[in-house]
Design a protein around this ligand. Structure first.
Ligand SMILES: *[C@@H]1O[C@H](CO)[C@@H](O)[C@H](O)[C@H]1NC(C)=O
Ligand SMILES: *[C@@H]1O[C@H](CO)[C@@H](O)[C@H](O)[C@H]1NC(C)=O
Ligand SMILES: *[C@@H]1O[C@H](CO)[C@@H](O)[C@H](O)[C@H]1NC(C)=O
Ligand SMILES: *[C@@H]1O[C@H](CO)[C@@H](O)[C@H](O)[C@H]1NC(C)=O
Ligand SMILES: *[C@@H]1O[C@H](CO)[C@@H](O)[C@H](O)[C@H]1NC(C)=O
Length: 669
């Protein structure tokens, strides 16, 4: 008995487990294994497909593939019990269900897009006896409205069809056995973010949108909503109606999609899909949805028609702007450069550097306006060296080569009393010379501009005279070749920090000399400082520089210009003025009164006599610069110059063209 009891206990247990197993197994079979599904992408999904429907390698359910007048269907492989409980018994109240899916429709022409797609709950998944185009793969041309069709569909119709009383070519409709919708609405949604206002949507815009189809079996309520994919289900559905679907659908239903194309290219995609019976449809994971393929014509046309023109216009504009800027920059910084200049390379400055150094030749940087052009202060960008840039307008090629050669050689001149010339730059109609910048400016300001500059003491003046003499000696006799200055005058003498005199502006006269040509008698230099012989020969010599130097010495000593108007309206030359004082026995009265008598009488007399000697109209009587230097340094006794030598009418000689013989005769008295 014990063993039998034990056995029966075992048997009971065995039967119990068997029974349990059977029940579970049966219930599994009865419910079609589940009461919900969700696809966030269809990669690997086992769907029943026909027609053009395929699952792309990316995991998209492609219902139609763009070929004309075809249809495609996709169904969940197993049916669901609609009018029965999961345990198989028929139920009084029909079940509720909910479908949701994400779709996108691509169309070449949105206005004539063919034809549409629909989500379907139907008695059968066999839609082989249907037609494409306006029939949407749901019916054929003779069974519209037939109760035997047994389907409940929600159409996304992108084609306006009179036969089925379509409201437009972009609508959502509830179709029950019949493509004349029970209810339909233009595509759109009631926007919860905008107080429930209606927003249009374009079905065939190839934008991802989500559809929710719900049937409440108890209330026989059908509601359909549509929204952009990134939005939650709108509170107010797009469509809602009451219909007893138990009169349409059998106990077992299939869930799926149908789609068709017409005469125009369209492709319908489902990206995600979920279904629930007696429960809401599970959420589709939007983040896991497959990517829509790039569509050929439309995005391309968008690119070609909108983006490309804009991009190319922008590109052309940008290139144009750059070209214009470059051209302007080129023009702005344009220079003249010729082959022969290569040998002067180190003396060549780029216009750009000079432009930046002088802040674009701003008036703020203007140091002065001289006979040859404007002078600007500048700071070289890299070396931070202070420079003075002289801008000379010059449009002749003639003489330029010789001039530049001279500039280059002048660049090699090194003397403490010479304004260092660093180099040059050539542009069309313009020559730029780069010099040392000297903070104290030119000597003429100190002689005549009492408001701006202090009067120089005698010692300072005498030092400057010696400085310039030393510079001229260097130019005429000490350097490897003779360099003529041709324009010695106080405005060409610059003062450095220690008020030492420095001679600047060499060779410019020569530049103009070349320009005027050999046949002209135009004399270069500055009136009042020009040696009289230049009027006849037009040939500058070291002694014509000496003449100018003599005038310079007189000017510095007397603080008077070479030619000044008299109260009678005549012109009185400085030479005449000095000689007149000498005549009257008071040579030193000619010394600048601004010195208030504070000067070395010997030095002043020497300066005056030397000045007269140097600016002697007779070339042969002028000393050379070495002699001048010796006089000034006291290495040689002052020249044996007495009034009788000078008492003839030098100014008249200078003004009237007197032959050299006449002069010599006059002087050799
Ligand atoms: C579309 O599908 C049909 C039927 O499956 C096929 O004959 C046709 O070649 C396909 N068209 C394209 C463009 O893939
Ligand atoms: C089947 O399920 C329904 C409700 O789901 C219940 O009312 C009925 O009693 C069940 N029948 C059986 C045989 O379990
Ligand atoms: C689908 O239905 C048609 C008739 O409408 C039938 O000929 C065909 O065999 C059916 N296909 C399947 C797979 O049941
Ligand atoms: C929606 O579209 C209809 C017709 O296409 C138009 O009359 C209506 O103004 C549109 N509404 C909005 C909010 O764009
Ligand atoms: C719905 O239709 C079914 C089948 O015709 C019927 O049995 C049922 O009573 C109807 N339900 C309602 C609420 O009308």
């Amino acid at each position: 008995m014990r063993s039998i009891k034990r056995l029966s206990l075992l048997q009971h247990l065995l039967f119990f487990f068997l029974f349990l197993f059977l029940i579970l197994d049966l219930s599994e079979l009865a419910t079609g294994q589940q009461d919900q599904f969700v696809y966030s992408g269809f990669a690997g999904a086992n769907l029943a497909l026909d027609g053009t429907a395929t699952i792309t390698p990316d995991g998209l359910l492609e219902l139609t593939n763009g070929t004309f007048r075809l249809r495609g269907h996709a169904f969940h492989p197993t049916p669901f019990y609609f009018s029965r409980a999961p345990n198989g018994t028929a139920v009084q109240a029909p079940q509720s269900f909910a479908v949701s899916y994400v779709f996108a429709i691509y169309c070449i022409q949105a206005q004539t897009c063919g034809h549409g797609m629909a989500s379907v709950v139907a008695a059968s998944s066999n839609f082989s006896d249907t037609m494409p185009t306006q029939y949407l793969g749901l019916i054929n041309d003779h069974n519209n409205g037939d109760p035997a069709n047994r389907f409940f569909a929600v159409e996304l119709d992108t084609n306006w069809n009179d036969e089925f009383k379509d409201i437009d070519n972009n609508h959502v409709g509830i179709d029950i056995n019949n493509l004349v919708s029970v209810k339909s609405s233009s595509a759109g949604y009631y926007d919860d973010r905008d107080e429930g206002n209606f927003q249009n949507l374009t079905l065939a815009s190839y934008k991802m949108m989500q559809v929710w189809v719900e049937y409440d079996g108890g209330r026989r309520q059908i509601s359909v909503s549509l929204a952009p994919v990134d939005m939650a289900k709108p509170t107010k559905p797009l469509l809602s109606t009451t219909y007893n679907l138990s009169t349409v659908l059998p106990d077992m239903v299939y869930v799926g999609f149908s789609a068709s194309t017409g005469s125009f290219d369209s492709r319908q995609y489902v990206l995600g899909w979920s279904f629930g019976i007696n429960r809401p449809s599970p959420a589709i994971d939007i983040t896991k949805l497959p990517k829509l393929p790039r569509q050929g014509p439309k995005p391309r046309s968008k690119v070609l028609e909108i983006v490309l023109p804009i991009v190319s216009a922008t590109f052309v504009l940008a290139v144009g702007t750059v070209v214009i800027l470059l051209v302007r920059r080129r023009l702005r910084y344009a220079e003249l450069r010729e082959d022969w200049e290569t040998e002067f390379g180190p003396h060549r400055f780029s216009y750009k550097d000079l432009f930046h150094a002088t802040k674009g030749f701003k008036n703020k940087n203007l140091l002065g306006i001289g006979g040859f052009g404007k002078v600007y202060k500048g700071v070289l960008p890299k070396s931070k060296v202070e420079i003075a840039v002289k801008r000379i307008s010059h449009d002749s090629k003639q003489g330029m080569k010789e001039f530049v050669a001279e500039v280059a050689s002048i660049g090699r001149l090194q003397h403490r009393n010479i304004v260092q010339l660093h180099g040059y730059c050539r542009r069309k109609a313009e020559l730029l010379l780069v010099y040392d910048y000297l903070s104290n400016g030119s000597l003429d300001k100190y002689l005549y501009d009492q408001e701006k500059k202090p009067t120089l003491t005698w010692a300072q003046r005498y030092k400057i005279i010696k400085d310039i003499a030393s510079a001229l000696l260097y130019l005429h006799q000490e350097w490897e070749k003779v360099v003529l200055h041709r324009d010695i005058k106080p405005s060409n003498v610059l003062l450095d920090d220690g008020l030492n005199g420095r001679l600047g502006d060499f060779g410019l006269a020569r530049l103009y000399d070349h320009e005027t040509g050999p046949q002209t008698t135009h004399v270069v230099g500055t009136i009042g400082y020009l040696a009289p012989e230049l009027a006849h020969t037009n040939k500058a010599t070291p002694l014509s520089d000496v003449f100018s130097f003599g005038m310079f010495v007189l000017e510095v000593t007397c603080g008077r210009k070479p030619i000044e108007p008299t109260s009678q309206g005549n012109q009185l030359t400085l030479v005449r003025w000095v000689i007149d004082h000498w005549h009257q026995g008071f040579l030193t009265d000619a010394v600048d009164t601004k010195l208030r008598g504070a000067y070395n009488v010997d030095e002043a007399c020497l300066a005056l006599k030397l000045g007269l000697l140097c600016s002697h109209p007779l070339i042969n009587l002028r000393p050379n610069m070495r002699q001048v230097m010796q006089y000034l340094n006291g290495d040689m006794p002052p020249p044996d110059l007495n009034l009788t030598h000078m008492s003839f009418n030098i100014p008249s000689l200078m003004q009237n063209e007197v032959s050299v013989d006449d002069l010599r005769a006059a002087l050799m008295v």
